[in-house]
Design a protein around this ligand. Structure first.
Ligand SMILES: [Zn+2]
Length: 194
């Protein structure tokens, strides 16, 4: 990826962010500065989730990655690994939650943000609510099994006793390109062995 315009702002010094990967700022007014600061942080952490997704792909698993962030620090990460773990629940989000819960010694993870490359399924949305995660940020939609905006809109339901907010579309093209490349390569392998 080509390095983009450097952000001349103090707020980035305190964040674990690669300045040369930060996006260009189209506007200079205050509100858009705040917005861009937030979106640069979201892109940074989604970049970490993408690194996890790449590990999944290297292991022959569908490339989905997740990281859990608390107060600007990564407290858990995971990649999709049901095949290698013989575990249908080993989705990236669950793996990241388990890692964070183990390190915090707490099954509840309030005031955290979960970044995942692909829209979560019903199981993972449920787990995020049980864990009391505050905000879900996902990259690309999952039209077949997505439970946030695609097949179901679970987080729009009012009956849960915990409110989980969500934000979608962060680095969506990169996130979905990983999955598409994975399945394309898989189809190519299958064809060559026919
Ligand atoms: Zn899932």
């Amino acid at each position: 990826m080509e390095p983009e315009e450097i952000l001349p702002r103090q707020s980035f010094n305190s964040m674990k962010i690669m300045v040369d990967q930060a996006p260009a700022i189209p506007h200079e007014d205050e509100s858009s500065l705040d917005k861009n600061s937030a979106s640069a942080e979201h892109e940074h952490w989604m970049g970490e989730a993408i690194l996890q997704a790449r590990i999944a792909a290297e292991q022959g698993e569908v490339p989905v990655g997740a990281v859990l962030i608390e107060a600007g620090k990564l407290i858990g990460s995971g990649f999709n690994q049901p095949i290698m773990r013989h575990d249908a629940t080993a989705h990236a989000e669950i793996v990241a939650l388990r890692a964070a819960s183990a390190s915090k010694q707490n099954y509840r993870l309030p005031a955290t943000i979960l970044y995942v490359t692909i829209e979560p399924c019903t199981m993972c949305v449920g787990a995020l609510i049980h864990a009391r995660v505050d905000l879900l940020v996902f990259g690309a939609r999952e039209p077949r099994a997505g439970a946030v905006v695609s097949q179901n809109k679970l987080l729009d339901s009012q009956h849960y006793n915990h409110k989980l907010s969500y934000l979608e579309g962060v680095l969506a093209a990169q996130c979905s390109a990983l999955v598409q490349a994975f399945f394309k390569a898989k189809r190519g392998v299958n064809r060559s062995t026919d």
